[in-house]
Structure formats: C-alpha cells, structure tokens
Design a protein around this ligand. Structure first.
Ligand code: AHR
Length: 330
C-alpha cells in the first residue's frame, strides 16, 4: 500500500543529529499509482546522469537496489547535461506527483532551499545521495549518505606531505565550481597540506573529465617548465588524463610526477597497479543498500543520523591495488 503520509512532526534530535519523521502508513489515499503498483513505495530519484565511471556505478547501484521486487517504484530522473534547472524541474514534478520519498544527488550545491521547503510542506522526505547542499540546512532533509569528502581529501593530503617531506610543486585539478564535494575536498586537502613544504602552483577545474584533465595539465606543465612533482586530481578521470599529459611531456608518471586521485574506479586501480597513478582514495559509490535501509526507516518513522558516512579505503601502492583488483565491484 503506497504510504499515505500523516505528518506528525520533524524531530530535530540535536543530541544525536538524528532526524525522526513521524510518518504513519494509513489506508491508501489513492494518489496517481497505477493498478498493480499500489503496494510499491514510489521513489523519485533526482539524479546527475552521465558524468563518468563513478556516477555510472553509483546510479546503477541505486537502480539495481530499488527494484519492484524489493517493493519500490523508482522513478529515475537524470539531469539534462548536468543542468540544475532540469533537476529542480524533476524535483518539482515528483513533489506534485506525491511520491513517497525523494533521493537527490545535486549537480549544484546551492539553490535548493525552495525545492526542499516545498517537499517538506508536502510531507515528502528527501535523502541526499553523495552531494551536499550549501548552506547546509539539515532541517530540510532527512540525511545525507556519502563517504566523508573532507576526511578522504585529508588522507590524500597526509599521504602527499609524507611522500614529499622536502616539499615540491603541485597542481590541483578540481571538479566543477559550485559542486559541494569540490569545496569539501579542498577543505580536507588544505587541512593536511597547509604548513607543509608543498607549494601549490595552480588549481584549476577540469570538470571531472579525462580530456580536460589532460589539456589543463599540459598547459600547467608548460607554464611551469615541467617543474611539477605532484598532481592532486579530485577524481580518477582527471588524474588519468593528467597522467597522459605527463607522459606526453616526456616525464614519467609515478617517478617524475606523482598523481593522487579520488574515486577508486577500475581504470584508476589498474593505473595504480601499473604505476601511472601513485595513490587512489576510494570514494565508495555502492551505498544503495544503505539508502534503501534509510528509506524504510524514514517511512516507518524511525530516526536516522543526519549524515551517514560510507566507509572508503585508501590505496597507496601497486601491490595494494593488485591485491584487490580481481574483487573490485566498480
Ligand atoms: O560527487 C562525487 C564526484 O562526482 C566523484 O568524485 C566524481 O567522479 C563524480 O563525477
């Protein structure tokens, strides 16, 4: 029976940062559910869509988890060319349609207050997947499920400082401006690297892409006379593109220039195994089961933490990558 929501109250339990929503399943009030789908919980997934290997793994995992056999009618709404307006339009449609819950992976961190408030007025819980919102008003959503970007990037920075005790020049290849995880990764990296002997000679977006990672790195290597010893790429694709640029500049990745990335996708793990990359921090995209558990708890009125951190491992050598390559799931 689709969940007919009787709104009781949002309890912001400051002590544990949990948010409990009093939702009681009542006799179905109908809604737009088609015959035969009445027993399914309708989930509106405002997704990012095609963006790279990490996103593909993440969204495939969500779709493979929220199946009709599991009791869900998942309505997948990928952004059009990463455009936030298309996401806001999809979000609004889900609210108007009266879905039971909305999953949101935001292409932009800011600009969500009105949409989230509308969902709240309509008593539709919203769960953030991966991407956060800015300003982070935790009263507007149930929880965010993601690896801890600040901590992940802090660990990458700690590896860099340990690897370059006498310092060196580095460049940062960032994701697109305005994306929440980019700010979080810069925050974590800076927390480890500030005060060390490492010197950032440039930071530039390469928009998560291998092609741009390569072209930006080519330009920055030329601008700095190849005097770059380290590249911090905020995702795998940009790091793999950077490795190509390093090679084409006549330098050896892993020897002349060490490259550290975030995500842990198959291509990056293979590149770490063969020495093209020097450090890969996983940003585990496979949290569909966690999301399903959170949806079920939320709709049952149980409390959930306001930020659910997905564990993610670091890999710092070819041997570490080779040891897990056969078992990788993305
Ligand atoms: O929000 C997660 C980031 O988005 C990943 O690190 C990147 O690969 C993806 O495009």
């Amino acid at each position: 029976m689709s969940v007919q929501r009787r709104f009781t109250k949002f309890l912001g339990l400051a002590a544990v940062g949990a948010i409990s929503i009093g939702l009681a399943a009542c006799s179905s009030g109908g809604g737009s559910a088609e015959a035969g789908d009445d027993d399914l919980t309708t989930v509106g997934f405002v997704a990012v869509g095609p963006e790279g290997a990490w996103r593909e793994a993440n969204e495939k995992n969500i779709q493979e988890t929220f199946t009709k056999d599991a009791g869900f009618d998942l309505k997948y709404a990928p952004a059009t060319n990463l455009d936030q307006k298309s996401q806001i339009d999809a979000f609004t449609s889900f609210v108007d349609e009266g879905v039971d819950v909305i999953l949101l992976s935001a292409t932009e961190a800011s600009g969500w207050e009105d949409s989230l408030s509308r969902a709240q007025e309509a008593e539709i819980p919203v769960i953030l997947l991966d991407r956060g919102i800015e300003p982070d008003d935790t009263s507007l959503y149930v929880t965010r499920i993601a690896p801890d970007n600040v901590e992940v990037a802090k660990e990458v920075g700690a590896w860099a400082v340990e690897t370059f005790p006498d310092g060196g020049n580095y460049i940062t290849l960032e994701g697109p401006a305005g994306v929440g995880v980019v700010n979080e990764r810069n925050e974590g990296w800076d927390a480890s690297v500030d005060g060390s002997k490492l010197v950032e000679v440039a930071a530039q977006t390469a928009n998560w892409s291998a092609e741009e990672g390569k072209s930006v790195t080519e330009t920055l290597l030329k601008a700095n006379g190849n005097d770059i010893q380290l590249i911090f790429a905020q995702n795998d694709e940009m790091g793999l593109g950077a490795a190509q640029a390093v090679e084409e500049a006549g330098l050896k990745p892993g020897v002349d220039v060490k490259i550290a990335t975030i995500d842990g996708t198959a291509a990056a793990m293979e590149a770490l195994a063969n020495g093209q990359l020097s450090y890969v921090h996983e940003y585990n995209p496979l949290f569909g089961e966690t999301a399903l558990d959170v949806v079920e708890k939320t709709l049952a009125g149980d409390s959930v933490e306001s930020y659910i951190i997905v564990p993610s491992e670091a890999f710092d050598s070819p041997e570490a990558a080779q040891a897990v390559l056969a078992d990788r799931k993305y």
